[in-house]
Ligand binder design. Structure first.
Ligand code: NAP
Length: 287
């Protein structure tokens, strides 16, 4: 569709942003539905964040995504926060609502929807590798889904302990262990989620766990989407476990943002194909 004076603007702000495939996902969805909208990405350095938000507000952009390193610092510049962003303590999506900028966290929805769509049964034990932003979103999703016992394994123990302190309650058993101890717990886990960058391009030979520490019949969800099939997912297949790729989360968190912005049913297949194609092209280019 031709860009005109009526075209609505959406964007991503982060630093860096050049590896993001959000423009491909959202622009292909806009095109598919015939919407007069465009999505761009902007590299915003931390000291420019405040001025950037003022600028986006003045330009009346319809919505934007927020990525590293602004997911927490953006919160103080917004007019409102929804429950999911308050719970996680980070914003990855902002929508304009009656002139107010409201922050959301669509990663929680993305993790929940990914697990539901792959038929992951609630209850049982889950092991989360990592204690950063993605792990926080996973903890919130597992609590909402009714997992009774969740173990957080992290390299920096104090970060895992802090996460446990924040989210543990009487109906939700949450425990922190060292990353080096993860394999002692993985064998007894029904669900294993990798929320670290271990195995991400270019260090594709790395894996947080190997097949002998993954139980047959477990579900292994790697949040990494580049490469599309990580070594961890290969190890999981070898062990006879079910796998979920980070591409699923990538598409679901974007689909939720699209829905918040447009009120429309997101064309998930179109977004999936656009993301997959862009990741493969980027991977070939870098590889
Ligand atoms: P983050 O906040 O920076 O947290 C990174 C986590 O990984 C921390 O717990 C860190 O441990 C751990 N870690 C990093 N390098 C490690 C290493 N070499 N060995 C062991 N642990 C290591 O990052 P994040 O935002 O949570 O993202 C984590 C991963 O999830 C990334 O790969 C990201 O691409 C992916 N992700 C994917 C999606 C998606 O849409 N598919 C969405 C969000 C995130 P310490 O605390 O010890 O530093």
């Amino acid at each position: 569709m031709e860009i005109t004076s009526r075209t609505r603007l959406y964007c991503l702000i982060g630093h860096p942003v050049e590896h993001s495939v959000s423009p491909q996902m959202h622009n292909s969805a806009f095109r598919h539905l015939g919407l007069d909208s465009v999505y761009l990405s902007f590299d915003v350095e931390p000291e420019e964040l405040s001025r950037t938000i003022s600028g986006l507000r003045a330009l009346k952009v319809e919505g934007f995504n927020v990525t590293i390193p602004h997911k927490v610092s953006v919160m103080e510049h917004l007019d409102g926060l929804d429950e999911s962003s308050i719970e996680v303590g980070a914003v990855n999506t902002v929508a304009r609502r009656d002139g107010r900028l409201v922050g959301y966290n669509t990663d929680v929805y993305g993790v929940k929807k990914s697990l539901e769509d792959y038929g992951v049964r609630c209850g049982g034990r889950a092991l989360i590798l990592g204690a950063g932003g993605a792990a926080r979103a996973a903890v919130c999703a597992l609590r909402a889904l009714g997992f009774g016992e969740v173990i957080i394994a992290n390299r920096t123990m104090s970060r895992a302990v802090e996460l446990v302190r924040r989210f543990r309650d009487k109906n939700f058993s949450l425990r922190a262990v060292k990353m080096s101890e993860a394999k002692e717990y993985s064998g007894e886990s029904d669900l294993i989620i990798n929320a670290t960058p271990i195995g991400m391009w270019p260090k594709v030979d790395e894996t947080p766990l190997t097949s002998e520490h993954i139980p047959r019949g477990a579900v292994v969800f790697d949040m990494i989407y580049n490469p599309l099939k990580t070594r961890l997912l290969e190890e999981a297949e070898k062990a006879g476990a079910k796998t979920i790729s980070g591409l699923k989360l990538l598409v679901e968190q974007a689909a939720r943002a699209f829905q918040l912005w447009t009120g429309l049913d997101p064309p998930r297949d179109v977004m999936w194909n656009a993301a997959e194609k862009a990741i493969k092209a980027g991977f070939r280019h870098e590889g």
